[in-house]
Design a protein around this ligand. Sequence first.
Ligand SMILES: Nc1ncnc2c1ncn2[C@@H]1O[C@H](COP(=O)(O)OP(=O)(O)O)[C@@H](O)[C@H]1O
Ligand SMILES: [Mg+2]
Length: 496
Amino acid sequence: MSHDDRLPRDAQSILELTARSMFDLFANASEGMMLVDREGRVVWINDQYRRFLPALGFEREEDFVGHPVSSVVHNTQMHQVLATGKPILIDLLTNRAGTFVVSRIPLRDDAGEVIGVLGIVLFDHPETTLQPLISKFARLEQDLNEARRELASQRRSKYTFASFVGSSTAALEVKRQARRAAQSASPVLLLGETGTGKELLAHAIHAASPRAGRPFVSVNMAAVPDTLLEAEFFGVAPGAFTGADKKGRDGKFRIADGGTLFLDELGDMPMSVQVKLLRALQEGEIEPLGSNKLVRFDVRVVAATSRDLQQMVREGSFREDLYYRLNVLPIRVPPLRERRDDITLLIEALCEDIAARGGGAQLELGADAQALLAAQPWRGNIRELRNVLEQLALRSDSPHIGAAQVELVLREAGLPALAPTRASPRADDAGGPLGEALLRPLPEQIAELERRAIQQALARTDGNRTAAARLLGISRASLYDRLAAMGMLSENQTVV
Ligand SMILES: Nc1ncnc2c1ncn2[C@@H]1O[C@H](COP(=O)(O)OP(=O)(O)O)[C@@H](O)[C@H]1O
Ligand SMILES: [Mg+2]
């Protein structure tokens, strides 16, 4: 008679034998058991479980038994099993007492209703030790936490008010307004030409606000294709689409929760998204794409634009209600030519930064070089000034820079290189130095203007050609034609 003959061959007996074996298995493999009632309260623990109490932070049994399981066992899933009625046969649970292999089994009454859950801490059997698996899991979890911390610190803002260089009346006034705005919870609207420091101020406002410890998250309307903006803002529910987004994706509102959401180039936001943004701001809730659940958020909005929003409202290309919603604390950031007194300080600060990043010696500009720079109209403001200084640092062998070198770099950058005048230089006066610069062959000037406009647009959109074409009001194809004609198409990404 073989051993096999002792095995039953009918389903009922097989099940009974299995149930008995499983019962023994669980009883022997258990290093502790806990029972939770229908309300999710711990109603019983066995002697073995009691040994965990000190490590879980409880001196006395009555501080543990009788309390909701979710408030006494960190990271527990017992209430989940109560809610779904589905067992979790094997799981890893990590809390302050360590990492454990656990099993959670719903208990049902005769009618099949879930009346409680049995939680079992499984015995770590010496022969089949799970320790390597558990320590691998613990290590991965630690790595994940580190990565999360790092990500969070990257999301913290880069600049403070000290980074905003300037001691002119205009600069001090901007900083005063921005500091006040930092203390308020209302939306801030930063208005000013490109390169005036709007983004820098948005960071600084966040850093000086009570939300400084929480994320600073930006969305640039000019850099994200219209069709993707909605997903970018509101996120995508898992399974909403097939393919790359199958797993779902958090939107910027969600990522910025508790912190600041920076809407850069607000004037470039398409109408369809304006409607949805307004609704989100009014309701304080968003609906991720493909989900029908509303998610509450808590973000402070700071927006910036170089466009004339009021004009856009009149033309009907920007929603009036959204404009009023965001225009609560408007701050006008003046262009560089309205605060020429800051140029010397700015040159020094920018050269210091360029040297620190590039590792070279810090440039020293002679008085004539500084005067020449101060006379320029700086349509691209501080960003443009920085570009010119970077070019100077790249081009010259010596850190000492004279007016001739500045002039050369200005011309190569397609800037008119206006001569400094003794009287207060008003670069925009038609009869002034600009008037002289205008007396050159027209095709040459037009080509120069076109080149500058395209460079500006690409700089503004971080090299995104679709967005640049939109800014310039020309088609993408037309932008490509012009770039090709100028020999600027060879490089892959950015052209500036
Ligand atoms: N007041 C300032 N002091 C020092 N650097 C500045 C100042 N304003 C702007 N910048 C620098 O000029 C560049 C453009 O500023 P940014 O904030 O991006 O301008 P905007 O968002 O208005 O286009 C950045 O490199 C920024 O650090
Ligand atoms: Mg900007």
